[in-house]
Ligand binder design. Structure first.
Ligand SMILES: [Zn+2]
Ligand SMILES: [Zn+2]
Length: 387
């Protein structure tokens, strides 16, 4: 590693000059190559990546481009490394860093805001006004690893210390990689008001975010927590994570089912995690008058919503991006206290070299895959560990 004098290393962790890293070529094309190990600057550390989870948004980035934004445009053929849900071990400290120690295990938030715009100053660093302005002459200090800067499908990455969350020693790597996912769930509930104890919550869509929103809502005392979806296997996991009711909406009216489960009135809060085109309109009809709806999924198209109903009934709509307002710290605290087992959404682990296979599992839900994790160390190639 090119280590300037101000970078602190430790002989327990030998850092090579180069590393294995996947880069995105054409849409859907991943190429394994060697890249220099990055060097931490002021307020940054070097992370040895121990586990990285694949997210539906990685698939958007890899196959379509947005929301990845590299050098102001599409991410293809720019030597860019995707992957954004990772955890690892601190192995080098940039100049002036004493907040974290070498050897410490950490989860890594995605968004490091610029720290100087209006939104960053409000703690809304996932809505940084300098999103994507982090290269060359437009370097405003913003980073979103795996979206606007190199991400986690490699062996090492640099992270700003503000993005790090210390992990409990006994938390497995694969679960540590889910802290950011649980942090997004926590952010959704934070924006809806935070004090959800005793409030009724409906969650639409039993993907990783929906399942963990169910778990976090229950851990925070919401009641009842109702999860809707189309897949019985996933709804069963939702029940294990704390849903009071699950509704398979394949053959029933989802809105009517949710309203009936809360005395016919509808719920106080709904969190949309499915990205189904009709789900936003369903969510606004699931909540009661004055209820709040949080939109956590990235829609792929414009969708019709009964805005007259929203206005007449004083319904609030919140869009959220990622894991803002330090929500990952609160999520990790619940996980550390074993208030729910996030590991239930982790289904498969692959070696880093097998990333394309792992992405295939995540994309096609092969073998009922939910959260698929890749690891650079400790997993043999072509072996699939089913938990
Ligand atoms: Zn993600
Ligand atoms: Zn900012």
């Amino acid at each position: 590693m090119l280590a300037p004098a101000a970078v602190t290393t430790d002989k327990r962790y030998t850092i090579p000059d180069t590393m294995q890293a996947w880069v995105l070529g054409d849409p859907g094309q991943l190429i394994l190559k060697r890249k220099p190990v990055p060097v931490p600057a002021k307020a940054e550390v070097l992370i040895r990546i121990d586990a990285v989870a694949i997210c539906a948004t990685d698939l958007d980035n890899i196959y379509y481009g947005p929301p990845a934004l590299i050098e102001g445009g599409l991410p293809f053929n720019k030597n860019w490394t995707p992957g954004h849900e990772y955890m690892g071990t601190v192995v080098a400290l940039g100049p002036g860093v004493d907040e974290f120690a070498i050897g410490q295990r950490v989860a890594c938030e995605i968004h490091a805001g610029c720290g100087q715009c209006k939104r960053c100053r409000e703690g809304m660093y996932t809505s940084c006004h300098n999103y994507g302005l982090n290269y060359g002459q437009v370097d405003k200090g913003h980073r979103a690893n795996g979206f606007t800067t190199d991400g986690g499908f490699c062996e090492y990455q640099v992270n700003h210390i503000n993005t790090l969350v210390g992990l409990a020693d006994e938390m497995p790597d694969e679960v540590g990689a889910l802290v950011v996912t649980a942090g997004t769930a926590m952010y959704a509930l934070t924006e809806l008001g935070g004090l959800v104890a005793g409030e009724s919550v409906a969650v639409i869509g039993p993907g990783p975010i929906g399942l963990l929103t169910t778990a976090v809502a229950k851990a925070l005392g919401a009641s009842p927590v109702i999860l809707t979806g189309l897949t019985d296997d996933r709804l069963k996991i939702g029940r294990e994570l704390g849903a009071d009711h699950v509704v398979n909406v394949s053959n029933v009216d989802a809105v009517e089912a949710v309203r009936q489960l809360n005395g016919g009135k509808g719920v106080d809060y709904a969190v949309e995690c499915s990205a189904a085109p009709n789900a936003v309109n369903m969510a606004v009809h699931m909540v009661n008058r004055g209820g709040k709806v949080c939109l956590a999924a990235f829609m792929h198209e414009q969708v019709p919503v009964d805005i007259a109903h929203v206005v007449r009934n004083n319904i609030y709509l919140y869009g959220i991006r990622g894991e803002g307002k330090s929500a990952t710290h609160r999520a990790e605290a619940l996980m550390r206290q074993k208030r729910f087992d996030a590991g239930k959404v982790h289904t498969h682990t692959f070696a880093l070299e097998d990333l394309p296979t792992a992405i295939g599992y995540a994309k096609n839900h092969t073998d009922n895959a939910i959260k698929v994790v890749v690891k650079a160390r400790g997993v043999a190639r072509r072996s699939v560990a089913v938990e």
